[in-house]
Design a protein around this ligand. Structure first.
Ligand SMILES: [Zn+2]
Length: 162
């Protein structure tokens, strides 16, 4: 009975709102911590994006933030995606847009094409990537030039106009 998850029902909304970053441990079985990270870093999830998703560490580079956001899309951690979007770009509807789309998408592969700045000493950075995914079962590809900026010292996703 998965259909109600995709309809505009109170049930789906309620389920979505339980996806808090603090509940990552409950949402993701511990076995996954040892498996390879969805961001294709070839590291274990535990040693890659998990500490960011748990708010125990902060990405030091724009690319690391980009990868952690891809993994957050993969695991449908909407709160993390809102939190890591720059406040100037967040918009009132971001949470709702994520609610409307995040459960339709299955992320399959991430390729980092290039990066520009976005290092520890930088305030801005760009990451070009290609992400393959299924939207309601249809293969799609997202080729984006993302821009990242620091906010209160931490890397945030700014926009896709890089
Ligand atoms: Zn990762």
């Amino acid at each position: 009975m998965w259909a109600p998850y995709f309809g505009n029902t109170g049930r789906r909304t309620r389920l979505f709102k339980t996806t808090a970053v603090s509940e990552v441990f409950e949402k993701i079985p511990k076995e996954r911590h040892l498996s390879l990270c969805p961001c294709k870093s070839k590291k274990a999830y535990r040693d890659c994006c998990l500490p960011f998703h748990q708010n125990k560490a902060l990405p030091k580079t724009a690319e690391a933030l980009m990868r952690s956001r891809y993994s957050a899309f993969f695991f449908r951690l909407a709160d993390y995606l809102v939190e890591t979007t720059h406040p100037d770009s967040r918009g009132d509807s971001l949470q709702r847009e994520l609610e409307d789309t995040i459960h339709h998408t299955d992320w399959k592969f991430l390729t980092i094409v290039s990066t520009s700045k976005g290092q520890e000493e930088d305030k801005r950075g760009k990451v070009e990537f290609i992400a393959d995914y299924y939207w309601d079962g249809e293969v799609q590809q997202l080729h984006e030039h993302s821009r990242f900026r620091r906010h209160q010292g931490n890397w945030k996703y700014y926009d896709d106009k890089g």
